[in-house]
Design a protein around this ligand. Structure first.
Ligand SMILES: Nc1ncnc2c1ncn2[C@@H]1O[C@H](COP(=O)(O)OP(=O)(O)OP(=O)(O)O)[C@@H](O)[C@H]1O
Length: 362
C-alpha cells in the first residue's frame, strides 16, 4: 500500500512552529514528493538560527510521516532560500550552485512553459548510445526545416551539448531571476552544465535536482518555440521524474542501438515513461549501419533492425535509423553537428524532423 501526496502533506500540516504558526500557515514546505514509499521535501528557512529552532518540527514531521502506512523512508532537507545559501544550513546534499533563482517550490502539477508549444524529451536506457548526438542533430534538422527549436541539456552527469553545439560561458542573468539562453546553429540552447561547477551535481539528491530542473524549465527565457528538446541523462532517475512531474511533456523519444543489451535498457526507460504517464512518441535506432568510407561496404557492427522489431513488439512508432559514421563523431566533437551539412546522414535527420513535424509534436 502506498500513501498519497495529499494525505502525507495533511499529516504534517498542523505541526506548530515556535512562533505559533502551523507548518501549513508558515508555507515553508517545498518540493514535497512521495515516490514508492519515500517522502521527500525541503523545509525552506531564513537562516541557520531558524533552522536550529525548527529541529523539533523536523523531528515531529519525520515521526508523523514514518507512522503513515506505506511510508518506508522520509528525507527532509533544511535549506535557506537563494541569496542566503552561504549562511546555510544543513542539507542532505549540496545546495544548487545556480546562484540565481530559488529552491524548488511547490507546484500543483505539470506546467506548460509559456511560449513553448511542445516539449519532447529524448531519453535512452543505456549511456553512450548517442542520445546527445541525436538530440543536437535533430534540433539542427528541425531548425533547418523552419521550426523554432530549443534544446535543454539536462544530462547533469555528463552534459555534452556545450561541446556538441559549440557553446561556452556562463549564461547571463541581467535581472538575477531569469537566465538568458545561448544561440547556436539556429537553435536556442541551455545546458545545466554551464551553470554548475565541475562534478557538482553528482552529489545532489531528489529535491536539489528537482529545483534545478524547475529553474531550467521556468526561469530560462526560452521565448516562442515550436518545440523544446530535452536531452535527458541515461536511465531512469530523479531528472526524468522531476521533468515529467514539473513540465507538461508532449512525449518522449527513446534512442537505442540495435544491441540486445541496449534494447533491454530501452525497455526499462519506456516502462518508466509509461508509469509517469508521458506518451512515448517512438524509438530511434542509432549506429544502425556502418558504411566504409573507402570501399562503400555496409556492415552492421551492433546488429541491425533490432529497434524496429522492438518498436513493433511494443506497438510503438519506429521513427527511423541513423548510420554509424565517423563524420558524426567528428562533427559532434567540433561543435558543428553533422546535420548542418549535406549527405545521407543529413537526409536521415531531415526525415526524422519531417516525421515529428507531421506528427504535430515539433
Ligand atoms: N551515429 C553515430 N556515428 C558515429 N559516432 C556516433 C554516432 N552517435 C554517437 N556517436 C558518438 O558516440 C559517442 C557517444 O555519443 P553521445 O554522447 O551522443 O551518447 P549519449 O547516449 O548521449 O551518452 P551519455 O550516456 O554520455 O549521455 C560520442 O563520441 C558520439 O560522437
Amino acid at each position: 500500500m502506498s500513501v498519497n501526496r495529499e494525505a502525507a502533506l495533511r499529516a504534517i500540516s498542523d505541526i506548530v512552529l515556535p512562533d505559533g504558526r502551523t507548518l501549513e500557515k508558515a508555507d515553508l514546505v517545498r518540493a514535497f514528493t512521495v515516490d514508492e514509499g519515500t517522502v521527500r521535501f525541503v523545509l525552506e528557512v531564513a537562516d541557520a538560527a531558524v533552522a536550529r529552532s525548527l529541529a523539533p518540527v523536523e523531528a515531529e514531521a519525520k515521526r508523523r510521516l514514518e507512522a503513515l502506512p506505506g511510508v518506508s523512508r522520509v528525507q527532509i532537507v533544511m535549506t535557506a532560500p537563494a541569496g542566503k545559501q552561504s549562511e546555510a544550513v544543513r542539507t542532505s546534499g549540496a545546495a544548487p550552485s545556480l546562484q540565481i533563482g530559488r529552491h524548488p517550490t511547490g507546484q500543483a502539477g505539470p506546467q506548460a512553459i509559456p511560449g513553448v508549444r511542445n516539449i519532447v524529451a529524448i531519453g535512452s536506457g543505456k549511456g553512450g548510445v548517442g542520445k546527445s548526438t541525436v538530440t543536437s542533430n535533430l534540433a539542427v534538422a528541425l531548425a533547418r526545416a523552419g521550426r523554432k527549436v530549443g534544446l535543454l541539456d539536462a544530462d547533469i552527469y555528463g552534459p555534452s551539448q556545450p561541446r556538441m553545439m559549440g557553446i561556452s560561458g556562463r549564461p547571463a542573468s541581467p535581472d538575477g531571476q531569469h537566465i538568458e539562453p545561448l544561440h547556436a546553429h539556429g537553435v536556442t540552447v541551455m545546458s545545466i552544465g554551464l551553470m554548475l561547477k565541475e562534478g557538482e551535481a553528482v552529489v545532489w539528491r531528489g529535491p536539489m535536482l528537482m529545483g534545478a530542473m524547475q529553474q531550467m524549465l521556468q526561469q530560462v527565457n526560452w521565448g516562442e518555440l515550436d518545440v523544446l528538446l530535452i536531452d535527458l541523462p541515461p536511465g531512469t532517475g530523479d531528472v526524468q521524474l522531476s521533468l515529467c512531474q514539473k513540465a507538461a511533456v508532449t512525449g518522449a523519444v527513446i534512442v537505442s542501438t540495435p544491441q540486445d543489451v541496449a534494447l533491454l535498457d530501452a525497455r526499462r526507460a519506456i516502462d518508466m515513461f509509461n508509469k509517469l504517464k508521458t506518451p512515448v512518441l517512438g524509438l530511434i535506432e542509432n549506429m544502425s549501419t556502418y558504411v566504409c568510407p573507402n570501399c562503400g561496404h555496409e556492415a552492421h557492427l551492433f546488429g541491425h533492425g533490432g529497434v524496429a522489431a522492438e518498436a513493433a513488439q511494443l506497438g510503438l512508432p519506429f521513427l527511423g535509423e541513423l548510420p554509424l559514421e565517423l563524420d558524426v563523431r567528428l562533427a559532434g566533437d567540433s561543435g558543428r553537428p553533422v546535420a548542418l551539412g549535406e549527405g545521407a546522414t543529413v537526409q536521415a535527420y531531415a526525415r526524422l524532423a519531417a516525421r515529428l513535424i507531421r506528427d504535430g509534436v515539433a
